[in-house]
Write a protein that binds this ligand. Structure first.
Ligand code: PDD
Length: 286
């Protein structure tokens, strides 16, 4: 089945879909994006993703290329045309095409919109049964990590460092020794009292939609959630740890650098949280 991409108002075969060489997304990473999980045509927490997209754009003074309702139609139509039941839809909006010059084009140009969608394979059983390892890396990113910008080079380097050491993710650590987040996931620990601990939402991390949803689901179950910074040292001696994202859902972490957490197996609370999130997705999509 051939894939279809949406580019600036046109649906094209994926291999033939292109953007201009002077798109500011390409030249300056001057743009933002979202990745949304899809289940049977339903966009999981689509409204929250749309709100975050609008916020990212407004922080960069880029206009929405169309209304949220119209964009939602484009997202769903791109999903439909790609014919899969479980996957993701990717949306990227850049400031548009202009002669290369750092300041914003004046007058403004039309923002460029790209949407792709594809099926995603199920999470390997090994990831859930055995958990994953993370490495720590200094957080070398800018001070606006709350914007879901396509400037991802430090994230790419962090993630590659993890992969080259056999890890799944890199937990980035700020100048005070506190974990910010992973290269493409939010970071969590569970302390000895069974409380979930995750960094509060501010400029140092992305306000993850999975994070936000999981906080709501966990609180509804009566679990304690502490939104506070935690240090790498605290994480290494935590009872359990896990990471969250649109593509990883809730993934158990069993090793941080050389420190093996607890008995080295995914924690029971983490696995319960994963189930809670998977059930939430299934319910949303029925
Ligand atoms: N990444 N932190 C960072 C830096 C991220 O890039 C992401 C998402 C998250 C988790 O956010 P959410 O729960 O909304 O997916 C946290 C996406 C999936 C990506 O870049 O592919």
């Amino acid at each position: 089945m051939s894939r279809i991409a949406y580019v600036n108002g046109r649906c094209l075969p994926h291999g033939a879909a292109t953007v201009h060489i002077e798109d500011r997304g390409y030249q300056f990473t001057d743009g933002v994006y979202e990745v949304i999980a899809v289940r049977h045509g339903v966009l999981i927490d689509g409204e929250w993703h749309m709100q975050r997209l609008q916020r990212s754009l407004s922080e960069l003074q880029i206009d929405m290329p169309m209304s949220p309702a119209a964009l939602n139609v484009v997202l769903k139509e791109t999903v439909r045309r790609n014919r899969f039941s479980i996957g993701i839809v990717y949306v990227q909006i850049s400031r548009g095409v202009a002669r290369r010059d750092h300041p914003f084009p004046n007058p403004p140009v039309r923002p460029a919109l790209v949407v792709t969608a594809r099926r995603t394979p199920p999470t390997p059983a090994k990831t859930i049964d055995e958990g994953v390892a993370v490495i720590s890396q200094p957080d070398i990113r800018w001070e606006r990590c709350d914007i879901k910008s396509i400037s991802l080079l430090p994230n790419v380097l962090a993630k590659q460092a993890a992969r080259s050491q056999g890890g799944f993710e890199a937990w980035q650590v700020d100048g005070q020794g506190f974990v910010t987040e992973g290269g493409s996931t939010n970071a969590w620990i569970i302390n000895n009292e069974g409380s979930l601990v995750t960094r509060p939402v501010e400029n140092a991390i992305l306000n993850g939609i999975t994070r936000r949803r999981l906080i709501a689901l966990a609180k509804a179950q009566g679990m304690q959630v502490e939104e506070r910074p935690f240090s790498l040292e605290e994480a290494k001696s935590a009872r359990e740890a896990f990471l969250t994202s649109t593509t990883a859902f809730v993934t158990p972490v069993v090793r941080i650098d050389d420190a093996i957490l607890a008995n080295g197996r995914p924690g029971s609370q983490t696995l319960a949280l994963r189930q809670l999130y998977v059930d939430f997705m299934a319910e949303t999509a029925t």
